[in-house]
Design a binder for this molecule. Structure first.
Ligand code: C5P
Length: 222
């Protein structure tokens, strides 16, 4: 076969990217972090001081800003045009504004097309919010990763500690809840579990347990 498509969706900080990278590595598939694409456009729009609700202005950014991923250690690098934005797109300014940009229908249409082009090459693992519902509706394996808000905030807090970022647990919980609310309530392809997606609550599972479950599901299609 020419490779399986694996769609991993779910709310913020549910562990999607950690799991998706490991599944992609296991099968030697491409991993596409679709959230990084929305983040890269948000970064460029903030740099230019745009009104993030101005769809035409943000679309002009999309048109002139190719988003590229290149190999890197430990993680792939993300470029917005010529700029390496790998670190900048994880900062609070982008994190707390990306849902506004991601709610713009024209932006979603343009980025979705880019995602589908990347997926056309073969086996792929994509993580995001609308992969199973909109980007790859015929993906063979669809996963919806969940975890309690408290657990997701706790994981993000530990990650931040390792990076020397000081944001309180309460603030993180609130930011996560706000972003989930915006992502789930927008009109254009909101965050929702696809009818044919498998729900995995990772609150009390280890990363390896989650990866094993998904690898077993993919194996059935090989
Ligand atoms: O996955 P990550 O947290 O990096 O995604 C950042 C934001 O990008 C999400 O909160 C959401 O607003 C948007 N997003 C989206 N659709 C996707 C992936 C991400 O709307 N497929």
């Amino acid at each position: 076969s020419s490779g399986v498509q694996v769609a991993i969706d779910g709310p913020a900080s549910a562990g999607k990217s950690t799991v998706a990278k490991l599944v992609a590595k296991h099968f030697d598939y491409v991993y596409l972090d679709t959230g990084a694409m929305y983040r890269a456009i948000t970064w460029a729009a903030l740099r230019d001081g745009l009104d993030l609700n101005d769809e035409a202005a943000v679309m002009a950014i999309v048109a002139k800003t190719p988003i590229r991923f290149t190999p890197g250690q430990p993680d792939q690098l993300v470029f917005a045009g010529e700029t390496d934005v790998t670190r900048a797109i994880r900062e609070e300014a982008v994190t707390n504004n990306v849902s506004t940009v991601a709610a713009l229908p024209a932006v979603r249409a343009a980025l979705t097309e880019q995602m589908q082009q990347i997926a056309a090459a073969g086996g792929i693992v994509m993580d995001g919010r609308d992969i199973g519902t909109t980007v790859l509706p015929s993906a063979q394996v669809k996963i919806f990763l969940e975890a309690s808000v408290a657990e997701r905030a706790r994981r993000r807090f530990k990650e931040n500690q390792a990076k020397g970022i000081a944001v309180s647990l309460a603030t993180l919980e609130q930011e996560i809840a706000t972003r989930d609310y915006k992502d789930s309530h927008r009109t254009s392809s909101p965050l929702t579990q696809a009818k044919d997606a498998i729900l995995l609550d990772t609150t009390s599972l280890t990363v390896n347990q989650v990866v094993d479950k998904i690898v077993n599901l993919v194996d059935k299609y090989l």
